[in-house]
Design a protein around this ligand. Sequence first.
Ligand code: ADP
Ligand code: MG
Length: 815
Amino acid sequence: MNVEPLRKILELECKKGYVDSAVIGGLDRFLRNWAGQAVESITASQLLNHFNKLHLVNSNYASLTKEQRQEWVNSVLGFLARVEHGEGKRDEAKLIPITSRSSPRARANRTVVNQSIDSPITIIRGVSSSLATKFNKLDVTTVRDLLYFFPHRHLDYSQRKPISQLTEGSEETIVANVWQAQEIRLGGRRSTEAIVGDETGNVRVVWFNNPYLAKKLATNTRLVISGRVSLFKGRHVFESPEWELVEDKELIHAGRLVPLYPLTQGLRPRQVRKLMKEVVDQWAWQVADFLPSELRERQKLLELPRAISQAHFPEDEALKDRARVRLAFDELFLFQLGVLSKKRDWQEGQPGSPLSTKAPVLEAFLQSLPFELTPAQHRVLKELLADLGKPQPMSRLLQGEVGSGKTVVALAALLMAAANGYQGAFMAPTEILAEQHFSTIHHLLSRAGHLEGKEDYLHSYSGLLSHPLTVAMLIGGITQTRKRELQQRILDGDIDIVIGTHALIQKEVEFRQLGLAVVDEQHRFGVTQRSALRQKGYNPHVLVMTATPIPRTLALTLYGDLDLSVIDQLPPGRQVIKTKWLRPGQRDSAYGFIKRQVADSRQAFIICPLIEESEAIQARAAIAEYERLSQEVFPELRLGLLHGRMPATEKDKVMRRFRSGELNILVATPVVEVGIDVPNATVMLVDSADRFGLSQLHQFRGRVGRGQEQSYCMLLAQNPSEVARERLDIIEKTQDGFELAEEDLKLRGPGEFFGTRQSGLPDLRMAKLSDVGLLELARSEAIRLFEKDKTLEQPEHKPLAKELARVWPEAGEWS
Ligand code: ADP
Ligand code: MG
């Protein structure tokens, strides 16, 4: 039982002289809530007796005389002291339900107190359904949501100044008497003007547009005023400052650290603040602190109820910071526990299939490659093979720059699955990329073996395995009949490797024996996607590949469920791509440069301006730009267009024509961001480059420089903002993807860095992913806890398990 809030309130009540002003709404109302909760946790019969004698549940403090109040407060404080000193702890007497022997009135009160903090906010007095609707717009539906509805910042109105020492232009707080207040017209609007004073002087205060205040401010009313001091006709004046009457109550709006809440239409700041104060006073202490106390004390974290109330109405800056740390820690810690529990479920849920390394097959494949693997590729391949050999399914993230050669490593692993009699799936984010993988893999396998059969979307190769190795591609453009045929053969186990988009493979395909799933170019292979595979009864090894270089601490946090491999080395001979940020006036010279490159038989990409609207609008704009370029700029050249709305077969045709050299220039929407490989392309022109992040620009740049010829990246920026200029400067100078990613994180923050949809990031309100120290702390504490109690079964971890199940229901089977 947490007695501290009640003790504090009673002490305040005592200090204020028993005028029932310590909590908004009065003590009786507060007690009904508190007592109803408290009684549940009293297990010692002696204490319970004492508790019942105090009649907290049906207290009638409001009607007592001052002397009676004093006596009563003292007796309750005495009781609380007994509880706090741990009396009766060894007394195991069972709780006798209070309802069975309390008065009917008390029972009625109990129904109030039984409402949990997960009830809708309409149970709060003063919250009408129309007010609730407004809060719903802010994603606040339950009392708990409201408690976690934190201010976006605080105004520091805590330092009181004498009026004589006010400084123009700064935020100041005064405590003053109203000498005179009246309604006046200011700029044609009914307003209030007041003259207030303290022992050092007087000052004028005006509230625009608020004539009603004049009536509230009777002469001699004491006021706290907080706001910016301005100068009017040579004298100080407060213009529409925050204000509050000085009563025997804790201040809310002025004279303290004042919270500013995110608002929506129809919510007024003062109204929200007042409501929040009530809610925090009445409910915050009812939030169960789910952190094991050992951990909380060791890390000197605030108790949860205190953290919540200090996050709203902090006593001082230091407590405000500690509150933030505690709440941010919770977010990251729970996230880490969720991530670890996923890994646990993944690895222990169903046995995986150990795939042994078939050395002769692997050797033959590596020998057949037109190049030597880089040492980094060798190292990563070894890591993969070691994982595949284990009975627990692999879950590994492979990071590597664009062009670092991830595909060939993945193919070697897929080959091992096939050599062990299992199937492999290679999932790409788009159809174009799936097609490209199909053709890359075809290129590599026909060197390693012999192309034996070639049907639509299906190749088979002999000479590699004891049976012909079959590779199929599933994309949207395939006829239904053919698709069904392929699906049937996958189910029969007749096909070894299936290449397709994530969606297609997860939704439509049944495997006979899926041993390895490779997921290309996705930031986060989501929980749901993985569980979709599991629901089909597979527990394959999973390899997730990404070209986004994620700083290590962040990677460990976000992908804590995955082991990490990095190809940190490009194949030899890769050139530095000359990168230039062009000013608007240089557009024509950029086009001229492209013409000269084409005359030298090179090819170019032009990325259309980014349009945030729909794909349809983006497509229309791309068509218009394509026509402009074809007719006005490059009438004598052959151009192709690629946008997201084109049918897959169309895209395929354009890609083929560009790759074969038939087209000189490929105009594309930003869909070409990932993966396309055309060695003869030497120019990348990005229009409206200021609208893209560094990592994305780096990806575009990675499309060129894949052959022998010097390649160029030209970045056109119409009217770059300050931040965009900084970005463009950086990318001109830096070729290193990791460095760019770090800069991107700094400049844009992780939300934009990952793109909100794909990120799989938890809802972080207090935590910042740039706070490396706290990230590491949360991670190490989560690992430590997991080492002790992997399933969170120990009694002291039960509340944590409950909280985890609440915030992350899909994470695992929490009791
Ligand atoms: P990414 O990591 O971007 O997926 P890819 O696997 O597409 O990179 O490889 C990019 C290009 O580099 C391909 O043409 C591939 O054949 C080639 N490549 C891969 N590994 C090597 C290597 N060790 N030496 C030379 N070229 C390589
Ligand atoms: Mg790739």
